[in-house]
Design a protein around this ligand. Sequence first.
Ligand code: C2E
Ligand code: CA
Ligand code: CA
Ligand code: CA
Length: 281
Amino acid sequence: SKDKGKDGFSFYEPHMKEKSVRIMQLELELRKAIDNNEFILYYQPKIDLKTNEISGCEALIRWNHPTMGMVSPAEFIPLAEETGLISQIGEWVLREACLQNRKWHEAGYNNFIMAVNMSAHQFKQPTMIGMIERILHETNHEAKHLEIEVTESVSMLSEEVIMSQLYALKRLGVSIAIDDFGTGYSSLKYLDMLPADVLKIDKSFIDEIGRMNHLSSSLMTNAIISLAKSLKMKVVAEGIENIDQIHYLKLHNCEYGQGYLISKPLPACELEMKFMRSNEK
Ligand code: C2E
Ligand code: CA
Ligand code: CA
Ligand code: CA
């Protein structure tokens, strides 16, 4: 069209009008953030609800921008996906998480499992498996101590690409966790076909436990726990915030737990102080 300049760029593209100034600013800044070392990983512990021992953690990215301050991943991950920057960011996250876990393994925590989130966009990249293999090799990190968290909505896309990526991950020896489980609409038949090792019960179900009308949600929680067991999968409850919830989950034999009651996501050194040094006998 004649509105477009030489490079095809137009200020009158409909999507441009909708983009707020903030989003455009974020996008520019996001491109510089990796080079400027503005990202940092926080780690949220997962505990074995039987022993109360830490079994591993989930790596969660934080963006500490020099003037905007902390930007939430809920805000910039979708933008990173839209712009394709997620590939670079995702690679940085994986390398950083594996390097950190190597250090913890060398310090004696040699069963510690590191979980890393991966979004739909990353799963659609044909280079994803090669990238993971390379990072595991570079960081000398064992595949079996890495877990990839993928939301139920992603695993649900029964697109062949995603399915074959999940199987390739499995062959590498990496574990697969289905995040936010219970919020999508997976059929049991489909779930049984997925090469997944872990179900993470979505926080929305945990939130209802202990509340007045919690019957249906606790039924869902119970159903997911027994579903996981019958499929020989591990089960993790996320977003545990109070004692009632943790009691309930222990009583119903949920294996692992994660949430603010146990710990908020922490920088590596704080997680060490809180969960590791004190454990050293
Ligand atoms: P998620 O994977 O479902 O992660 C759980 C979110 O809940 C995290 O928010 C965590 O800090 C928060 N959370 C944990 N326990 C509690 C609790 O007891 N109460 C409450 N209210 N919240 C709790 P966060 O760190 O802001 O991350 C938001 C989302 O951003 C994540 O949701 C994930 O989808 C995405 N994300 C974070 N890091 C990465 C990453 O490195 N790569 C990708 N692709 N996505 C990421
Ligand atoms: Ca997650
Ligand atoms: Ca989740
Ligand atoms: Ca989520």
